[in-house]
Design a protein around this ligand. Structure first.
Ligand code: FEO
Length: 169
């Protein structure tokens, strides 16, 4: 279980890097609101990674940091960025579900409770990205609608405090 939690720590850090790379790409397109939103995603993923880091230590496990593959740096367009993001989140959901399955099979009740937060979080993450992607497709990923969305997404706030609802303290 400890090794699997370390593996997920790596994936959360990869997620952070992927979203930071997307933020850079969006910034170069001149979409600073989208870039800001994606940068908040980067911060959120970093906090996810640290939750795994802290939890492994709390259970007296060893931290085993692994090499993280570099993320993609180019996308076809704005829609491609969010399709990629949704695809990535689906994969992370699959990984979290596998971790939960393992915790249950091993009778690791503490990890089961710890992972609950991530199960709920993945539902929200997928829903949010799916919503943005659907809106982008409605407007064809271009035109004035993109600028309106850019303004809306520039309002996103990220607060580490809001992510502190983790159990197993
Ligand atoms: Fe930490 Fe977006 O999954």
């Amino acid at each position: 279980m400890c090794q699997a939690l370390n593996e997920q720590l790596k994936w959360e850090m990869y997620s952070a890097n992927l979203y930071l790379s997307m933020s850079g790409y969006l910034n170069k397109l001149g979409l600073t609101g989208f870039a800001h939103w994606m940068r908040a995603q980067y911060e959120e993923e970093t906090s996810h990674a640290m939750k795994f880091f802290d939890y492994v230590l709390k259970r007296d496990g060893d931290i085993q940091l692994e090499t993280i593959e570099g993320p993609k740096q180019e996308w076809k367009d704005l829609i491609d960025v969010f399709e990629d993001s949704l695809h990535h989140e689906s994969e992370i959901t699959w990984r979290i579900n596998n971790l939960m399955k393992m915790a249950k099979e091993e009778g690791d009740y503490a990890s089961d409770i710890f992972l609950h937060w991530f199960v709920v979080e993945q539902v929200e993450e997928e829903e949010t990205v799916r919503d943005i992607l659907a809106k982008l497709k409605i407007i064809g990923g271009k035109g004035d609608g993109v600028l309106l969305m850019d303004k809306e997404l520039s309002q996103r706030n990220f607060s580490r405090k809001s992510l502190k609802s983790i159990t197993v303290e």
